[in-house]
Design a protein around this ligand. Sequence first.
Ligand code: FAD
Length: 495
Amino acid sequence: MIAVVGAGIGGLVAGILCAAAGERVVVLERGPRAGGKAGVVTLDGVEVDTGPSVLTLPEVFDDVLRRAGRRLHDEVGLRRPDPATRYLFPGGVVLDVHPDPEATLEATRAALGDEAARELRAFLAHAASIWTHAAPPFVLGPAPTVGHVLSLGPRAWAGVGRIDALRTLAGTIDRRVRTPELRALLGRFATYNGSDLRRTPATMACIAHVELTLGIHGVEGGIHALVQALVRTLEALGGEVRTGCGVDRVLLGGGRARGVRTEAGEELAADAVVVNADVRHLADALLPPRTPHRLPRAEPSTSGWVGILRARRTADRVGHTVLFPERPYVEEFVDLFDRDRPPEEPTVYLCAQERCHGRRGWADHEPVFVMANTPAEPEDGPRDAALWTALEATVLRRLHHAGLAAEDDRIVWRRSPTGLAQAFPGTRGAIYGAASNDRFAAFRRPTNRLRTVPGVYLASGSAHPGGGLPLCALSGREAARALLDDRGLGLPAPR
Ligand SMILES: Cc1cc2nc3c(=O)[nH]c(=O)nc-3n(C[C@H](O)[C@H](O)[C@H](O)COP(=O)(O)OP(=O)(O)OC[C@H]3O[C@@H](n4cnc5c(N)ncnc54)[C@H](O)[C@@H]3O)c2cc1C
């Protein structure tokens, strides 16, 4: 039997692939339902997503489902609202991003001028080239090692040389883009893995390619519908998800994993354990004391304050909205990373869940997901709750001022970084695992096999290749690949 600790995306994907290879799989989830950070809450009869709102690279999920004999498009409906994202800049400048990149470039020309459109086209070509060269060795396959990259030979090194890893994202934007609005728009992609614009390698410009060229998707019925599709697939393969079933120990014997012990004291024997919980939770709580693990205590990615706005329904709302601050955008990173505090004037992100995901709201009101980036929680305990009350008031004031919320619209659900840290042990509220704040981050991220303890595998945003829905799915796939290779089975092929 394979025991999976946690029913987040990485755990479910690893479970599906092991079950598809013929293994018996039990997923043990401490929360009341599957999904982890991709969670939901029901508010006055209306279900809303409380975590991710943007799906990129859906083909990653299709690959997983095809290995289990299913197709993504048979399991969930994908949506592409147009416009996709409305960016609101200081001085009333508005730029809509569309599913068709040419339409985005045309909108850029109309909003910001010919030179801006030229800059964006050139930047996206650079970002596409980075993705082409960086994705295979750093994202789509097993965890990279310096030795492996060296073993690929001169042709591959030339490709790695093209991923702009020696500059920072801020540096490459400075060099290539003069238009202030575009600089903010492109710089914001550093936050899509919770990193610091001024330190994260320019390789992260590939996120601009993924978001603006490959494009973003909604999921019919909400992102949680994707979680349900994964659970359905796992169960159809004979796998089991036990919710409300926390694990407090990975059991070892003869130097390898032998099973898990639940918080209720039940011991389950298992041939291997896949850990979807954060690697810090594994290191600090799940492994028996003094077990060697070599899991790094890395700088966490950013966290976020999240609210659900019960907003009067209006015709002019778009799927996603990003409201930039009046002050220079880089100040947000100074607050988050240097001053270790929520931004004084936060960028506010909105997702209108009816428009994006075809969710149904209340009679006259729609659910709008609201988020502002914050630092992760300190290592030694939570911040003062008054900070989050103040941040909520600032966010609402900014929404009212920008005309994005009516005076009587209300935040009807909220979760602070402290809440995230409590819900996801070991994370300190960080959303994407470790920050990618230097060029060696990809090499330091834990691999999907815990080398010091045979039989333990890692599948989560805190392991290779990092956080975000598609990357966590890839983490699950790589954990399953390692586990099945070790058992002489191999990953099932896509059908
Ligand atoms: C507010 C927010 C917005 C986001 N927006 C986006 C977005 O738009 N697009 C995107 O791609 N990504 C986004 N993300 C990131 C994305 O949601 C995560 O990277 C991804 O869902 C994490 O998956 P995971 O596999 O790491 O598992 P997690 O979601 O971290 O789940 C781990 C699971 O393990 C369980 N667990 C932990 N410890 C134990 C234990 N001891 N016993 C049993 N179970 C345990 C937890 O309860 C949890 O269910 C967002 C995240 C948040 C929080």
